[in-house]
Design a protein around this ligand. Structure first.
Ligand SMILES: *Cc1c(COP(=O)(O)O)cnc(C)c1O
Length: 354
């Protein structure tokens, strides 16, 4: 039996979107391939509120995270972490020999604008990484406030991990001043896993030109230059099935109205948070609670593994806590094409099982 996914990626994919993955192949060096990537780019620019070029990568989101910190750090990176995915970005920097320092927050707490200001005031850093939505702790960082601080440091490249939020929360890339905004297909965009997407600013490009060892496959400058030289093509063979499905899904997303999509995510978050507070507690400070997933503090000490097994018998699946937060927390994703009614159904079922 297929289990309906309420986990923070991969998410439930609509049948019509899945069908598009089975589109017959085209040559990746044809005008049709260029037109496909150009259409996807234009639609993603709307979704990201940016005029910057969009890069596609046949990898998961982690690929572009690694590519960004490696390709664009000239001097030293300040990596702000509010959990597992921020920590991972630091590990990527270190393992690529990119000079970097880690600025962690307490679990459940955000990266504050003061932290960013204090680090950048040292003048040591020319690139920062921020997690927009930390999928382990369920924290959504105050990026509008961080953007205010970033105005004081116009030379610093801002990389943002929006893997579990882009397409579910409004992220105005150009207004915020984000240089590289990264996401994956399998979360709020509602597609299967296998492709990563980012926006790429001129500032990021200029920084990359000064970096000698950017690697090859995940060299963001190479991806960009290929698009310019070869009319929206990809240096190697891209996952065309994802591109067919993405082209179609972005049409759906834009036709449904972006504001409606963001409002639906907020509505679902409110439903889950209210439920969580009544039965358990929220893990993050509510002010910083994510709109795309809720991390619930397991105050009743239930066996999450047991609950998930029972949910599975009914055709549903949620997520245990991440890493050291396993069993101490559990996570309910409310992203992509999930509806408030489906969320209510899930919560009603959990109530019956706990
Ligand atoms: C899922 C996730 C990632 C990793 O993305 P992949 O596509 O699995 O590589 C990174 N950051 C956040 C916040 C995520 O939720």
């Amino acid at each position: 039996m297929h289990k309906k996914l309420f986990i923070p990626g991969p998410v439930e994919v609509r049948d019509d979107v899945l069908q598009k993955m089975a589109t017959p192949m085209i040559g990746h060096r044809t005008k049709d391939a260029s037109a496909l990537q150009r259409r996807i780019t234009e639609k993603l620019q709307k979704l990201m509120y940016t005029g910057n070029m969009i890069l596609l990568s046949t990898s998961s989101g982690s690929g572009l995270m690694e590519g960004a910190v490696r390709s664009c750090t000239v001097k030293r990176a300040a990596v702000f972490s509010v959990g597992a995915f921020g920590d991972r970005w630091y590990k990527m920097a270190v393992s690529n020999n990119v000079p970097a320092d880690l600025f962690p927050s307490e679990p459940g707490k955000p990266t504050t604008p003061e932290m960013v200001d204090k680090a950048l005031a040292t003048g040591k850093y020319d690139l920062i990484t921020i997690t927009h939505n930390e999928t382990s702790t369920g924290v959504m960082n105050p990026v509008e406030e961080i953007a205010e601080v970033m105005k004081k440091y116009p030379e610093v490249v801002w990389c943002m991990d929006a893997v579990s939020s882009l397409g579910g929360a409004k992220i105005e890339v150009d207004k915020l001043g984000v240089d590289i905004c990264i996401t994956s297909t399998q979360k709020c965009l509602g597609l299967p896993p296998g492709m990563a997407i980012c926006s790429f600013s001129e500032k990021a490009r200029e920084a990359a030109k000064k970096v000698q060892f950017r690697g090859t496959y995940l060299d963001l400058l190479e991806l960009y230059e290929y698009i310019i030289k070869k009319d929206y093509q990809y240096p190697s063979t891209p996952s065309l099935p994802h591109m067919f499905a993405l082209d179609y899904q972005l049409d759906r997303i834009l036709a449904g109205g972006l504001e409606n999509r963001f409002a639906r995510h907020i509505e679902m978050a409110k439903i889950v948070r209210a439920w969580a507070k009544e039965r358990f507690a929220l893990f993050p400070e509510e002010k910083y609670a994510s709109v795309t997933l809720t991390t619930v503090k397991n105050t009743r000490g239930i066996s999450v593994a047991d609950l998930n097994r029972k949910l599975g018998e009914h055709g549903y699946m949620i997520s245990n806590g991440y890493g050291s937060l396993k069993e101490v927390t559990f996570r309910i994703a409310h992203m992509a094409d999930t509806t408030p009614d489906e969320i209510k159904e899930l919560l009603t079922l959990i109530d019956r099982l706990i």
